[in-house]
Design a protein around this ligand. Structure first.
Ligand SMILES: Nc1nc2c(ncn2[C@@H]2O[C@H](COP(=O)(O)OP(=O)(O)OP(=O)(O)O)[C@@H](O)[C@H]2O)c(=O)[nH]1
Ligand SMILES: [Mg+2]
Length: 199
């Protein structure tokens, strides 16, 4: 049965965060190349909003590309509640700031706004083709990813390496989002309410 809930399906929100210089805007630019004719309708120094279309299901998506500069990082959380998925981009060559990356990820995994949330949260090790890049395995170990995952056990965590400058693994990153985002349909909501009433 087609439900009224489909309206919400029409546009998904993808939040892209990570330290300054990680490659967030590069990803957004690349998405626009992939999907020509995208309308650009807002950009400020803190927030760059673009539209693109998820290829597999032809579903429109709004991407929120936030600035990663220190003074803006506290404002990332203002966008968590509305996000259908989050990409956290890491510069794999920026070994000196991996401890800051770890700190930011710990904060996110403990953030009450994301408590109980099931949205996909993909950590992307970008610039992987650069000669100075650490391997994804090395970064996973350094940031103690298992410990981070343990702090929030409902989010749909994932890791991926990528190289947005060349387009390597862009599709895989989007596939992770597309396969794991989840919107509760009115039918599911109805069933959940029924279950609650029975308890
Ligand atoms: N070698 C290499 N360089 C990349 C890659 N992705 C991005 N860059 C470069 O890294 C620099 C920073 O990229 P941006 O996309 O502007 O970084 P950002 O995450 O948007 O940074 P802020 O907006 O400051 O938070 C640019 O010079 C990019 O060209 C990559 O995969 N490989
Ligand atoms: Mg940027």
């Amino acid at each position: 049965m087609i439900s009224g809930g489909l309206e919400k399906w029409e546009s998904l929100s993808l939040l892209v965060i990570g330290l300054d210089g990680a490659g967030k805007t590069t990803l957004v630019k690349r998405l626009n190349n992939i999907d020509e004719g995208q309308e650009y309708y807002a950009s400020t120094s803190f927030l760059n909003i673009e539209k693109f279309t998820l290829q597999n299901k032809n579903r429109p998506c709004v991407i929120y590309d936030l600035s990663g500069q220190g003074r803006y990082r506290k404002s990332w959380r203002d966008f968590y509640a509305e996000a259908d998925g989050i990409f956290f981009i890491v510069d794999s060559t920026d070994t000196e700031r991996l401890s800051i990356v770890q700190e930011m990820l710990i904060q996110i995994s403990e953030d009450p706004i994301l408590e109980g949330s099931h949205i996909p949260f993909l950590i992307i090790f970008n610039k992987i083709n650069h000669p100075d890049a650490l391997s994804s395995k090395e970064i996973v170990n350094f940031i103690e990813f298992n410990d981070i995952k343990f702090r929030n056990q409902t989010l749909t965590w994932g890791v991926e390496d990528a190289d947005f400058a060349t387009g390597y693994k862009v599709t895989e990153c989007l596939d992770f989002f597309e396969s794991n985002f989840r919107i509760i349909t009115p039918e599911e909501e109805f069933l959940m309410r029924e279950k609650e009433a029975q308890i």
